[in-house]
Write a new protein. Structure first.
Length: 132
């Protein structure tokens, strides 16, 4: 079952066809026979997937699709009752926002998607665009 859960995490990262409902079915199937997922392994998998996705933020990528996939991964983490390590993800996210903002790529709908995603990543929206 852990293998199938990791495959779901990978599918959310890559944008392959899958749903949170399918992930939920896998979780319920495991619960029916007392299975507990290896949360450390799954947390690491989600953390690494989030890191790879936030590195993909650039003005030539499909930013809306990437933000959606990051949100799906955060939903999956909540469903699996895991807490991914977000430190790198948060830093990459803030850097990407600043870079995209500097290049004038962020229109209002995309800016709002980033604000929504900031909250999901436990980043204060007031930090968006902040420079040290």
């Amino acid at each position: 079952l852990d293998h199938h859960l990791r495959c779901q995490i990978e599918a959310f990262e890559t944008g392959r066809e899958t749903t949170l409902a399918h992930l939920e079915q896998l979780c319920e199937r495991g619960k029916s026979w007392g299975y507990l997922p290896e949360r450390d392994v799954l947390s690491k998998a989600v953390s690494e997937a989030l890191e790879r996705l936030t590195l993909d933020f650039s003005d030539d990528s499909d930013l809306v699709a990437i933000t959606s996939r990051v949100e799906l991964l955060m939903d999956a983490a909540a469903m699996l009752e895991i807490k991914p390590d977000l430190w790198r993800v948060q830093n990459q996210f803030l850097q990407a926002y600043s870079d995209l903002s500097d290049r004038g790529v962020l229109d209002e709908p995309l800016r709002q998607a980033f604000v929504k995603l900031a909250v999901r990543l436990h980043v204060s929206p007031t930090m968006l665009g902040w420079r040290p």
